[in-house]
Design a protein around this ligand. Structure first.
Ligand SMILES: [Zn+2]
Length: 87
């Protein structure tokens, strides 16, 4: 009879511990995702150097104040390829 009680206690502990681990992993990944989103947003708010002239690009600027280059080099590539296909 005592063996059955010990087995039951071990089973309950196992379920509780597995449940705790599952919750820790689930909440941990959610918090990690939130922290990464916050850090990405903070990174996007920082002024960054212009890739063409090295001047400061403000976070709200879509193009460089100094040389007029677009903020995102991908936009330049997309624009040049669309101009080439238009010709
Ligand atoms: Zn520039």
């Amino acid at each position: 009879m005592s063996v059955l009680i010990v087995f039951l206690v071990i089973a309950v502990f196992t379920v509780v511990i597995v449940g705790m681990v599952v919750h820790m992993v689930a909440f941990g990944s959610v918090f990690w995702l939130i922290a990464r989103k916050v850090s990405d947003a903070a990174e996007a708010q920082k002024p960054k150097p212009c890739e063409f002239c090295g001047g400061t690009l403000l976070p709200e600027a879509t193009a460089c104040d100094a040389c007029g280059a677009p903020r995102d080099p991908k936009q330049v590539a997309a624009r040049s390829t669309s101009q080439n296909s238009a010709r």
